[in-house]
Design a protein around this ligand. Structure first.
Ligand SMILES: [Zn+2]
Length: 410
């Protein structure tokens, strides 16, 4: 069976787990459905003589050899958003499994662990990449206690209830971290490429901007006596887009995703409007410019219109740079295999970002149809997953040969 047929077969097994009537998937982290996904991949591994282990927070590692000593970690996740797709995360895990299978077939002694990290998606508890954050020391027990679902149950209680710990030991012995993921954007597709080598991962700053004007009768209040909070907000929305566009060359993006308008009725001039703004980038200075321009513009609009304005930043994390050397090696490997590719940033967060303090991190993107993700129409080609895993495998083989060559010299 060739690689593509094998991947198709594995996808067909997983496709039946956590599937909704409309064909979307709901495989939430720390649920029986996520457990079933992990068990299915462990079973696939066992058919090739691969062993597995589970860490203190429920992350599962499938590996060749003894599992002792230094290793390359190939990670991703098997959970999904509510009504998500079938490729986000899964593509990376199965690419790793394909590499392990081929190392077994070729009897190559290159220690690899495929890491399946718990609860990568933030849809239920508001925290993303939970499993990988916990074992890299990027998430505290207090945050798990604070994070609650719609039923007001904390993530901490759910984890403890399932027999896991909230204070795990840090992951050790990994030489490097690799991940393949669907792009979740349209860049590769638009450029007609099947591979991206990721050099950095963007991080968002989120903020609320609230304009307070006068809530007045829409018929009885002349135009020159109004303090319309929605008009002020509208002006800011247009400006935010301009600030984002001005940083196009630095790959920053700015989005007003939320408008809360009060009282939001026909016959009243809006008195209070709040905007939820998400600003992301890989270049911190560029992202900061968008932020500061946005804050200054909001104040200016408010002052000129005689309105009140309050601004609060709700979350802020730093963009992450992946390993330059590793990125260059992956590019070179792709070239060697004749695969045209693009070195590009990732706009979305991934498990990979949590490992940059621990070891060199490299990441590959494959295209997904029309950039659609977190949706039942999410679609990637198994050919592209196979090709991406070829690049990672070839890179690992070269590394191994180099290791042997230098052994006598040291
Ligand atoms: Zn993902």
């Amino acid at each position: 069976m060739n690689d593509v047929a094998l991947l198709d077969k594995w996808f067909a097994i997983l496709d039946n787990i956590g599937v909704n009537d409309d064909g979307s998937t709901s495989r939430m982290g720390y649920t029986d459905v996520e457990d079933a996904m992990i068990a299915a991949v462990v079973k696939i591994g066992s058919e090739y003589g691969l062993k597995h282990c589970v860490d203190e927070v429920g992350n599962t590692f499938i590996y060749n050899g003894t599992g002792e000593g230094d290793y390359t970690l190939i990670g991703s996740h098997l959970d999904s958003v509510l009504q998500g797709g079938k490729f986000d995360g899964i593509a990376g895990v199965l690419a790793g499994m394909l590499i392990l299978k081929k190392l077994q077939d070729e009897k190559l002694d290159i220690p690899v662990k495929v890491g399946i990290f718990r609860m990568e998606e933030s849809s239920v508890f508001g925290i993303a990449t939970v499993g990988s954050k916990l074992v890299t020391g990027n998430l505290t027990e207090a945050s798990l206690k604070k994070a609650t679902n719609a039923d007001n149950t904390s993530l901490y209680d759910i984890m403890i209830g399932r027999g896991y710990k909230a204070n795990p030991a840090k992951i050790t012995k990994l030489k490097q971290y690799l991940e393949l993921h669907i792009e979740q954007g349209r860049v590769l597709e638009v450029k007609g490429l099947t591979l991206g080598v990721v050099n950095s991962i963007a991080a968002p700053v989120r903020m609320w901007v609230k304009f307070t004007g006068n809530q007045d009768h829409s018929g009885a209040t002349p135009m020159d006596l109004r303090k319309d909070s929605l008009v002020a907000a509208a002006e800011l929305i247009v400006a935010v887009e301009q600030f984002g566009k001005a940083e196009l060359a630095n790959a920053s993006v700015a989005t007003v995703g939320i408008v809360r308008n009060t009282p939001n009725v026909f016959n009243v001039v809006p008195g209070e409007t709040t905007l939820g703004i998400d600003i992301r980038g890989i270049d911190k200075a560029s992202r900061e410019r968008v932020l500061q321009n946005t804050e200054a513009k909001a104040q200016k609009i408010a002052t000129e219109g005689g309105l009140g304005c309050s601004i609060s930043r709700v979350s802020e994390s730093d963009p992450v740079k992946l390993d330059d050397t590793l990125c260059a090696k992956l590019s070179k490997t792709a070239e060697k295999l004749g695969i045209a590719h693009l070195v590009m940033p990732s706009g979305a967060g991934h498990d990979a970002m949590n490992f940059t303090e621990i070891c060199p991190v490299g990441m590959l993107f494959i295209p997904c149809k029309e950039g659609i993700s977190h949706n039942k129409d999410e679609l990637a080609k198994t050919e592209d997953i196979a090709r991406g895993s070829d690049v990672l495998l070839e890179y690992l083989k070269n590394m191994k040969i180099k290791l042997y060559n230098h052994q006598n010299l040291s």
